[in-house]
Design a protein. Structure first.
Length: 75
C-alpha cells in the first residue's frame, strides 16, 4: 500500500526584532501599549505584523525597512 506523506510547511523562525522585543525589559509592554494590545499577544509573534510596523519602528528607533524588509523596501 502506497501512503503519501503530507508535506509540512517549514515553520517560520522568530525574527531577530521580535527576539529583541521579548528579551528587552519593558519593551514588550511599551510596544503593546502603543499598539493597543496585551503584552501576551506579542509572545505569539514570529515577525512584527505589518499593521504594527510603524508603531514598533517609532518605539525602537528603527526604520520600517529594518523591521520588515520583506514588505518595506527602500526605493
Amino acid at each position: 500500500m502506497n501512503v503519501m506523506m503530507a508535506k509540512r510547511a517549514t515553520p517560520i523562525e522568530t525574527d531577530k526584532i521580535v527576539i529583541k522585543i521579548l528579551s528587552t525589559w519593558g519593551l514588550r509592554s511599551k510596544i503593546a501599549d502603543a499598539c493597543g494590545i496585551r503584552p501576551q499577544n506579542i509572545n505569539q509573534w514570529k515577525r512584527v505584523p505589518a499593521h504594527w510596523v510603524h508603531n514598533v519602528s517609532e518605539i525602537m528607533n528603527l526604520t520600517p525597512e529594518q523591521i520588515r524588509p520583506d514588505i518595506f523596501r527602500k526605493k
